[in-house]
Design a protein around this ligand. Structure first.
Ligand SMILES: C[S@@+](CC[C@H](N)C(=O)[O-])C[C@H]1O[C@@H](n2cnc3c(N)ncnc32)[C@H](O)[C@@H]1O
Length: 335
């Protein structure tokens, strides 16, 4: 017997809703990717942290024909908490009846009756009747009847111009210390597409290629060595992540580094974590060990030393060995 045979219709609809929501949950991350690609947070930041759609459009590359679509993207991003919406007050005019008709505006909506029609606007909607029709708009909609017809619109896109504001989430995407590089890496197709192959990956016996190699035919670090743009994508991401998280880590649990005189940051990338540790503990000798192509791009003239090495062969000696791994994406994919 199928599990759903005895379910009520409401339970079936709830279950279907859950299935749709879960299956479509990538829409949220793709909306964040679009926000990064377009620079939406920067555009809002440029206007002091809150901006209307026309103000945002002014700062980003959007074809004029796609402006209404951008409003939809903003809706996804506000529902996800990346931005918030502040409604402007009283920007829509009240009800106007020019003929024998009746116009009623409830809320911030505008209702206009130009003939004998009845126009009602509820919420932030705009309603116009030009003949003897009946038009009602609810929510953020616009409705017009020109003849004798009746029209009702619920919640479409045109109405009061909302102000889109930065939230604590999108504030992490602006300013000099931001997480744009990290999120750009996570959402890069090179990292996203391997996850489409998890099902196929389970069909093969271990040991087998990780999902990254299954997708791309080459290991992640090998690809980084061969492709400078991909290498930069990873290194920049790590610098933004490590700078952000290590400053918090030092503030919250810096005592774990007390008394350490030398520290070996294994697979430390460009050494952003070590740079933060070294500044917080100037007496500590911090060394980063990483692969040759990464060390070749390491910053010079800092207190942190960089050495080339393969951690699977040997790790140079030090008081403490430090390895920062916080990416579930790397662990899950067994990169
Ligand atoms: C996810 S990044 C982490 C970088 C750094 N720990 C951080 O969190 O900012 C992983 C690093 O491991 C390095 N790596 C990969 N295989 C390695 C190996 N066999 N020996 C040393 N480093 C390695 C990569 O070059 C890369 O810089």
């Amino acid at each position: 017997m199928a599990l759903n045979d005895q379910s009520t219709d409401q339970a079936l609809l709830d279950a279907e809703h859950e299935l749709w929501t879960t299956s479509f949950s990538y829409i949220k991350s793709m909306a964040v990717k679009a926000a990064l690609d377009l620079g939406l947070a920067d555009a809002i930041d440029h206007h002091g942290g809150a901006a209307t759609l026309p103000q945002i459009v002014d700062k980003v590359k959007v074809h004029p024909s796609k402006v209404p679509c951008l409003r939809r993207l903003m809706r996804v991003l506000t529902v996800s908490g990346v931005f918030s919406i502040q409604q402007r007050q009283n920007v829509v005019p009240p009800a106007i009846a020019k003929g024998n008709g009746a116009a009623t505006a409830n809320g911030n909506g505008a209702a206009t009756s130009n003939g004998n029609g009845v126009a009602t606007a509820n919420g932030n909607s705009t309603t116009t009747t030009n003949g003897t029709g009946v038009a009602t708009s609810n929510g953020n909609s616009t409705t017009t009847t020109n003849g004798n017809g009746a029209a009702t619109t619920n919640c479409t896109d045109t109405a009061v111009e909302p102000l889109y504001a930065l939230t604590p989430v999108s504030r992490l995407l602006v300013g000099s210390r931001n997480l744009v590089s990290m999120m750009s890496m996570i959402l890069d197709p090179t990292f996203v597409t391997p996850f489409l192959g998890i099902g196929a990956w389970f069909e093969h016996a271990l040991p087998d290629p990780c999902i990254f190699r299954q997708q791309h035919g080459v290991a992640l670090w090998k690809m980084a060595e061969k492709d400078p743009a991909f290498d930069a994508l990873i290194n920049d991401a790590m610098v933004s992540d490590s700078s952000f998280i290590m400053e918090i880590a030092i503030r919250e649990c810096g005592e774990v580094f007390q008394g350490v005189t030398s520290l070996m940051d294994v697979a430390g990338g460009l050494g952003a974590a070590s740079q933060v540790i070294s500044k917080a503990f100037p007496g500590m000798e911090c060394t980063v060990v990483d692969l040759g192509h990464v060390v070749a791009k390491a910053p010079t003239g800092t207190a942190v030393k960089y050495v080339v090495g393969d951690m699977f062969e040997s790790v140079p000696p030090a008081d403490a060995v430090f390895i920062k791994v916080r990416l579930d994406v790397f662990r899950l994919a067994n990169f």
